[in-house]
Write a protein that binds this ligand. Structure first.
Ligand code: SAH
Ligand code: SF4
Ligand code: F3S
Length: 492
């Protein structure tokens, strides 16, 4: 088993996607220059690349899918685990070759790795011309001008206010059906293993009207699903008073004084009953019953919660500074089941081999998984990140082999649970949103049910963006199969 996972940092069906990167598509609107962006990491980073593309478009750049044709190459990077940074460094050697052929090319490192390493990145990676942190994207045109004059440029200023609320993202690699909307930035939690508070800065919430307007605009353009993004969406909080009275207009007076995440969900759900609403990530310490009741009240808010537990053991959770324990987490899950029922999808993130974790404590993670019966999980072994609380306070003392063996056990457990949960869906009627053709065959179409599971149906007279009522007929660990009962049912 160890051999099987020897070089794999993180494994799950979803992980194959998470390891992947996204690039830009060819967009020709007659601009004079070409931009290529490669994005790594989480959905927030992918969403940021869409803001970057928008800023660059305003400044004369169309996007290209061919980096050798580009005038500017951006790598939007992730620092969450060591492996994520290694991948970026490997890509820089490839771009180094491209730059040798075309020396006037500008190469920029954006995102979390830029923020973490700052000027050091210029010293370590000579090919890099500009280094730009996640809050400094408005400065990109200026930084590119500096680079074009032959100098190196860095801006890693972290802001307390920046939310890019007024920037209409250019939708990159979109299937035209689902889109991300960032509702907040940064993170004020200090999970001891995590680099995000250092790379993304303080938490700040975006004006809810700009969020609703973006959702409305997407719906008007034919999108059927939005995912509201934040590192901890449950701590979303916006008040007109706190967030600059000068910008008040009539509409803003109509909303309650403080907009919580439950309010925001409701506001977005009301954009249109045929617009599906998803959100990620929920934090076990902050998810409120109000949020659960709001999900229940609106058919178009998906019955699915990503609620990362990280560990099933209370001592480890305390060391991780997650600020909840096993009992608290299980109580939140019981509440989800009570309000939203057994069919509500629940997924998680798990870290194995955190500092000092014993075999018994690892068993607690496995037993918690059995109790919650997750639909799927993103699973990782602990990777120490420089500068984090854990790196300062605790010894990274679990040997890699043990971390990987525990990870393999967690993955095996999750596969069993996913299969069991999927089997429960057989015979049920569900509404899916069609996303396109299945990867495996042109004769099959792929959609997603409310609980975020992929459902494959035979090809027919329908298109992506259609809602289909289906009956689930079969399943594997990762996928459900269905037969179509009705096209575009009246309600979701
Ligand atoms: N804000 C989200 C998580 C964002 S990072 C939350 O609080 O749940 C995504 C996942 O990466 C985390 O949930 C965690 O499981 C994993 N992760 C973060 N830092 C890690 C590290 N140092 N080593 C291994 N996995 C890590
Ligand atoms: Fe990292 Fe914790 Fe913030 Fe998630 S909540 S981004 S794990 S510090
Ligand atoms: Fe990675 Fe930064 Fe996201 S570290 S996971 S890209 S917030």
């Amino acid at each position: 088993m160890n051999n099987l996972i020897k070089d794999i940092d993180i494994i799950s069906a979803e992980e194959a996607q998470a390891c992947d990167y996204k690039t830009t598509v060819d967009e020709v609107t007659g601009k004079t220059k070409k931009l290529y962006i490669e994005s790594y990491g989480c959905a927030m980073n992918f969403s940021d690349s869409e803001i970057v593309a928008s800023i660059m478009k305003e400044n004369g750049f169309d996007t290209t899918s061919d980096f050798e044709q580009a005038d500017v190459i951006f790598l939007n990077t992730c620092s969450i685990r060591e492996k994520a940074e290694q991948t970026v460094r490997k890509r820089l050697t490839v771009f180094n070759k491209a730059k040798k052929k075309k020396p006037e090319m500008t190469i920029g490192v954006l995102g979390c790795m830029a923020e973490r390493l700052k000027e050091k990145l210029l010293e370590e990676e000579k090919v890099v011309d500009i280094v730009v942190g996640p809050d400094a994207y408005r400065d990109l045109p200026n930084l590119i001008n500096i680079a074009e004059d032959g100098q190196k440029a860095v801006n890693t200023f972290l802001s307390r206010e920046e939310t890019y609320a007024d920037i209409a993202p250019v939708r990159l690699n979109s299937n035209g059906v689902s889109a991300f909307i960032s509702i907040m930035r940064g993170c004020d939690n200090m999970c001891s293993f995590c680099v995000v508070p250092f790379t993304r800065g303080r938490e700040r919430s975006r004006d809810p009207h700009s969020i609703v307007a973006e959702a409305q605009d997407l719906f008007d353009k034919g999108y059927k699903e939005v995912t509201l993004l934040g590192q901890n969406v449950d701590s979303y909080k916006w008040s007109a008073e706190e967030n600059n009275k000068a910008r008040l207009n009539k509409k803003e007076e109509e909303i309650s004084e403080v907009v919580t995440f439950a309010h925001l969900l409701e506001m977005v759900a009301k954009v249109n009953p045929m617009l599906r609403v998803r959100f990620s990530t929920s934090h076990p310490k902050d998810i409120t019953d109000d949020v659960l009741y709001t999900i229940k009240a609106y058919d178009n808010i998906c019955n699915y919660i990503h609620l990362p537990v990280q560990s099933g053991n209370s001592r480890i959770l305390e060391m991780m500074n997650r600020t909840y324990d096993r009992e608290w987490y299980l109580e939140r899950v019981a509440k989800i089941r009570e309000i939203l029922g057994e069919e509500c999808g629940i997924s998680s993130d798990m870290i194995t081999g955190f500092c000092s974790e014993t075999e018994e404590e690892h068993q607690d993670t496995l037993s918690l998984m059995d109790l919650v019966k997750y639909d799927f999980s993103y699973m990782f072994y602990y990777s120490e990140r420089p500068g984090t609380l854990a790196a300062k306070k605790f010894e990274d003392d679990i040997p890699l082999e043990i971390k990987k063996r525990r990870l393999a056990e967690v993955i095996t457990k999750q596969s069993e649970l996913s299969h069991k949960r999927n089997k429960l869906d057989i015979g049920k009627e569900q509404v899916i949103l069609l996303e396109g053709t299945s990867k495996k065959s042109q004769d099959e179409l792929k959609g997603r049910n409310s609980a975020n599971k992929v459902v494959i149906v035979p090809n027919g007279d329908y298109q992506k963006g259609d809602y289909l009522k289906v009956r689930i007929t079969d399943c594997t660990t990762a996928t459900l199969f269905g037969e179509v009962l009705e096209i575009n049912p009246a309600s979701l």
